[in-house]
Structure formats: C-alpha cells, structure tokens
Design a protein around this ligand. Structure first.
Ligand SMILES: Cc1cc2nc3c(=O)[nH]c(=O)nc-3n(C[C@H](O)[C@H](O)[C@H](O)COP(=O)(O)O)c2cc1C
Length: 367
C-alpha cells in the first residue's frame, strides 16, 4: 500500500510536507500556518507587554523583582575572592531608593528582609576594612525602617561554608543517579505522599535563578477528575489514569526585565523543573515531563481550569507516581558524546560555522 493510502486508511492527515518537503508544499505550509503563528506570537507578546517588568514597574511584584536583582548584586559582590572596598555605590543608591519607594507604597514587609541583610553585610564588610562607604547614612536610615521585619536566623549577605560540607553531600551521588532516571509512563496504585512532593519542591527551590529571582510556582493537583481534564488538554494519552499527582510548573513574567531577559522566564523555569524531577527521582518516584508547547486555545483552557494568575506562564506539566516493580521505558537513545561536546583548547580552533560535529548542513554562524 502507498503512503497516502496508509494515511487515508488510518483516517489521518498526510504529512507530505514533512516527509517530502518540496518547494510548493513548503509554500502551502507557510500560508496555512502563518495566521496561527502570528496569532500565537501576539497572544504571548500581549502577556509579556502586560506583565514583564521591562515595560511596567508599578506593581509590588515588579518592584520586588528589581529589588531582588539589586540586593543580589550586593551579595554577589561580597562573595567574590577579593571584594572591592566601597563597591557598587551606584547600584546601592538605586537599591536604597527602590526600597524607600516600596515602603512608601506598600509598607514594610518581610519580602524586604534579604535586601536588608545584604545592606547590613555590606556595611559590616566596609566597617571591618575601615572604609566609610558612600551612601552609609542612607543605608543606615533604610535599615532602621526595616528593623521590625529582620529575621533572627539571618537573611541576605554571605555565609561561610566548608568545602567538606559540599563534598560530603555529593560523595554518594554517582552518574548512576542521573543515568537511572527515565521518563516513567507506568505507575503503581501506591499513593504519592505530600511530604515527598513538598520535599522535592524544596530541592527545586535551590535551583539557580537569574539574580536569585525565585518566582517559580508549583501547582500540585490531587483531584483525579481535574487531572484527567488537564491531561486531556495537554494531549497525554495511554497512562493518564495511572498518574497519581500532576504538577504544573509556572514562572512569573513580572520577575524579569529588559529585552535581554525575554526568554529568561523559561530558562529559569526549565532549570527549576529539572531539579524538581531529580528531587522526585531522589525519593524513588517516577516522573514524566509533559510539554506545554501549546498554542493559545489550550493555554487559555488550562488557565481557566486552574484560575492561573495572568502574569504566570506555564513551563511544563509533570506526571508523578510510584514506579511498579517491573516496567518498560522508552529507550530514548542519547547522541554519542563526540556529537554533543567540543573542547576548545585554543581559540584558534574556532572556525566559522563549525559546531561540534557536523551531521547535516552547517548552521549559520552567529558572527
Ligand atoms: C519539556 C519536556 C516535555 C516533554 N513532554 C512529553 C510529553 O508531552 N509526553 C511524553 O510522554 N513525554 C514527554 N517528555 C519526555 C521525553 O520524551 C523524554 O524526556 C525523552 O525522550 C528522554 O527520555 P528519558 O526522560 O526517559 O531519559 C518531555 C520531556 C521534556 C523535557
């Protein structure tokens, strides 16, 4: 039977433009997909314009994202091998001003605690080195206002740690931990404990995030009916009834500013999601990431179902369950190492258009 006949018998759509992409088919495909692509870009852009701190700066969340980035740059400066005395005067002036404005608008609350800690550590660092930093009076004044919300356990700034404390934690982690993680699409009936999920979320919260703007959220869905509706929107098939908990990882557009950060929400969100998957794996639970590569209609449907804040974007869904004693997993073969990495020992080895190993047409060089 010919391919078109097989496709017709299966009541499916003939993917001629994928399998044999002639010029004519490609033109047709562009014409067919262009309106949808424009509509989806518009859908994403409107949300971005509305909530990204790139354009609007008035809400509490917008302001906190900037304050976090600014106080973190103080912490970062203090964590360098040789911090410069009195460093970052301009950034600190902005930070103090931003905190003052925040207090004027929203009052003093505990979200300013780490910023206070960083400023405190900055003053202490300069004092220990007999330096009177610029802005000292302004810093002291704002710290006085923040006194009521300071935590006793310690907040921003730096902490001293021993290498051994890191190495003893990693000593028992082998490559096997990573290589024995599979996407699991068969789960047992055993109930996943909320403690295990919460424990893994705490691990995920330790993920690096740009300027420590930790704004990822996880919705843990227990309700089976709701779960099945969500999985239907996602398009998952064949194992939905076995999924014990369904997680939705989101990130907040308000956390990011500047066009350079236009994709950062998804980068940070992806890193958070990976840590979450590994955290669940460390508890012996099975997970399957479920893509949120969606156009506007399913995205709207999911948002309606979960009543998601409009400023949040969905990064992905993660199906979670206990792993049965014996199961099949997709082999999901990896590329050979040589294909994925290239050592650059000397800059002279860098060639225009030279990626790692060419397997098909070279991609355009970025230079
Ligand atoms: C962001 C993301 C989305 C994914 N979406 C799906 C999905 O919708 N359905 C599914 O069955 N697997 C999905 N996967 C799982 C991949 O197919 C799987 O990770 C890949 O084949 C590698 O296999 P492994 O996870 O077993 O190592 C997704 C993975 C990622 C990272």
């Amino acid at each position: 039977m010919s391919l078109p006949m097989i496709v017709k018998t299966a009541n499916s759509r003939y993917l001629g433009s994928v399998i044999r992409p002639t010029r004519f088919r490609t033109v047709l495909k562009v014409m067919r997909n262009l309106p949808g692509a424009v509509a989806d870009y518009l859908y994403d852009s409107l949300r971005y314009f509305r909530f990204s701190s790139t354009f609007y700066y008035g809400t509490r969340a917008n302001r906190l994202s900037r304050i976090t980035a600014m106080y973190h740059s103080v912490e970062r400066g203090l964590a360098l091998p040789e911090p410069q005395l009195g460093f970052g005067a301009q950034n600190i002036a902005y930070l103090v001003e931003a905190i003052e404005e925040y207090i004027r608008r929203f009052g003093v609350d505990s979200s300013l605690n780490p910023a206070a800690g960083a400023l405190d550590a900055y003053l202490a660092f300069n004092k220990n080195n007999n330096v009177d930093p610029p802005n000292r009076a302004a810093i002291e004044s704002v710290l006085h206002k923040l006194k009521p919300i300071r935590s006793k356990e310690g907040d921003g700034g730096t902490i001293e740690i021993l290498r051994d404390s890191i190495c003893s934690a990693t000593a028992n982690v082998t490559a096997e931990f990573f290589l024995r993680r599979y996407s699991i699409r068969q789960f047992s009936d055993e109930e996943v404990s909320t403690d295990d999920i919460d424990g893994a979320i705490v691990m995920a919260q330790k993920s690096p995030a740009v300027c420590n703007r930790q704004e990822c959220r996880v919705y843990v869905v227990h309700d089976k009916k709701l779960m099945l509706k969500m999985l239907a929107i996602q398009g998952s098939q064949g194992f939905n009834h076995q999924v014990n908990k369904l997680l939705v990882v989101t990130n907040r557009l308000t956390a990011f500013y500047g066009m350079g950060e236009r994709n950062q929400c998804w980068i940070d969100g992806g890193m958070f999601a990976m840590s979450l998957v590994l955290g669940l794996h460390s508890k012996g639970l099975g997970t399957c990431c479920l893509n949120w590569s969606k156009s506007a209609p399913p995205d709207r449907a999911m948002r309606r179902l979960l009543k998601l804040p409009a400023s949040e974007v969905i990064i992905m869904l993660i199906a979670v369950g206990h792993i049965p004693a014996k199961l099949s997993v997709a082999r999901s073969l990896r590329q050979p190492l040589e294909l994925a990495r290239r050592h650059i020992i000397n800059a002279s080895e860098i060639q225009s258009g030279g990626g790692v190993v060419q397997v098909d047409a070279p991609e355009a060089s970025s230079t």
